[in-house]
Design a protein around this ligand. Structure first.
Ligand code: F6R
Length: 244
């Protein structure tokens, strides 16, 4: 493994989640009022549940500023499929983080381009991210930075790839209901975080994790660009880590 990577391959999803929660909690203990980047999806749910259990006992998650990677576009905040709803449900409300301390690109912005520009300004104004939590798509996407011949540096609007629409349809009534676009932090916005915490769970992520960490750095595997980051911690379960 590259020197800038720390790799933890845990037995199962629970242990992956506990390890990730401990790493995150120790970062927050060192910088309780810092800005932290969050991801949605199935992978970090267990980690968020652990953090909720740890809150108050060993550390305080109520002073941080939160920035999320992405949001569907268009979507209403109150839609149970929105990433805003997800974060409120799994983390913000249970730990008592005021919504005024949280930032998620607005899926209801009238001017999505202005929303994107403004989002990067807010991250900068918060002093940048101490840590960015990431999941990975089976196609290698991070955030909604999808495999392509070009990637974008800044927060931007992006059409979702067919594979992402199919993968995410499980959370919607039908595939037709999946929004066709998203707003996502770009590669620069992600790479500027002082530390990256990348999580992966399950067989379906084994191949892509190998490509991301050991394969060539290519825009066709957006997560492979993390090889250029100076401080990446990878936490997987045994299934996702079996080729690492
Ligand atoms: C979520 C996000 C996505 C997911 C990825 C993996 O905010 O940005 O990149 O991290 O699609 O999703 P799961 O964890 O559901 O396999």
């Amino acid at each position: 493994v590259l020197k800038n990577f720390t790799l933890f391959i845990e037995k199962d999803y629970n242990e992956m989640s506990q390890r990730a929660a401990n790493i995150f909690a120790s970062a927050v203990s060192k910088n309780p009022s810092g800005a932290y980047g969050f991801a949605t999806g199935s992978t970090p749910i267990g980690m968020y549940e652990e953090l909720v259990k740890m809150q108050n006992k060993s550390f305080d998650l109520t002073k941080i500023t939160a920035f999320n990677l992405d949001e569907y576009y268009p979507i209403n905040q109150h839609d149970p499929q929105s990433y805003f709803f997800f974060m409120k449900k799994y983390l913000f409300d249970p730990v008592g983080l005021p919504i005024s301390s949280t930032n998620i690109p607005s899926g209801a912005a009238n001017d999505p381009v202005a929303e994107c520009v403004n989002y990067d300004k807010k991250i900068e104004a918060a002093g940048g991210l101490c840590m960015q939590i990431l999941g990975i798509g089976a196609n290698g996407h991070i955030g909604f930075n999808e495999p392509a011949s070009e990637l974008f540096a800044s927060t931007h609007c992006v059409p979702l790839s067919e594979s992402t629409i199919t993968a995410n349809a499980r959370n919607f009534a039908s595939q037709e209901d999946v929004p066709r676009s998203a707003i996502t932090m770009g590669m620069h916005s992600i790479m500027m975080a002082k530390q990256i915490l990348l999580l992966a769970s399950g067989d379906g992520k084994a191949e892509i994790m190998k490509k991301a960490i050991y394969g060539p750095i290519t825009t066709e595997v957006p997560a492979s660009l993390l090889q250029l980051h100076h401080n990446v911690t990878v936490v997987t379960d045994a299934a996702a880590g079996k080729l690492l």
